[in-house]
Design a binder for this molecule. Structure first.
Ligand SMILES: Nc1nc2c([nH]c(=O)n2[C@H]2C[C@H](O)[C@@H](COP(=O)(O)OP(=O)(O)OP(=O)(O)O)O2)c(=O)[nH]1
Ligand SMILES: [Mg+2]
Length: 136
């Protein structure tokens, strides 16, 4: 056996699929550099100690985008092993409430339709999120 996930650091992440009233979804482009630099993602970040997934998502979205959302139903939980770490993505549907999204911690943010998601390069784990969205 070469390397197992038990040897890798693990990150637990809260991830938001934020919908607006035009049924568009908010995505952001990660800053350059590192394993996933320049790829698009659904906004979110690491769950802090003592925090629930819902609390994490609300906090991260305020910090990263400067907007208020309502966190709704869970879409999917994904466990994925990258070469340098493993992650659990806890993905929830969210509704945009107020504020214009700003790229506070990213390169760029964009509202896109479900059909347009194919035009954007995402990290490998995100294929499962996009498939789940298409099934709903
Ligand atoms: N927010 C978000 N993260 C994703 C997605 N897909 C995916 O593999 N990830 C990964 C990228 C990061 O490793 C991690 C997100 O956590 P983060 O944004 O706080 O991580 P980071 O790159 O700042 O990591 P770090 O250096 O602080 O450890 O999850 C996604 O759709 N959205
Ligand atoms: Mg983040």
């Amino acid at each position: 056996m070469s390397q197992t996930s038990a040897l890798l650091p693990h990150k637990s992440i809260g991830v938001a699929v934020i919908w607006n009233e035009q049924r568009q979804i908010l995505i952001d482009r990660r800053r350059p550099g590192g394993l996933m630099g320049g790829l698009w993602e659904f906004p979110g970040g690491k769950i802090e100690p003592g925090e629930t997934v819902v609390e994490c998502i609300k906090r991260e979205i305020k910090e990263e985008l400067g907007i208020e959302i309502e966190v709704g139903d869970r879409l999917i939980v994904i466990d994925y092993i990258y070469s340098q770490f493993s992650i659990t993505l806890n993905v929830h549907h969210c509704q945009h409430l107020t504020g214009i999204p700003q790229p506070i911690e990213s390169e760029e943010v964009r509202w896109v339709t479900l059909d347009q998601l194919d035009q954007y390069p995402f990290p490998a784990a995100n294929i499962q999120i996009i498939n789940a969205l298409r099934k709903n």
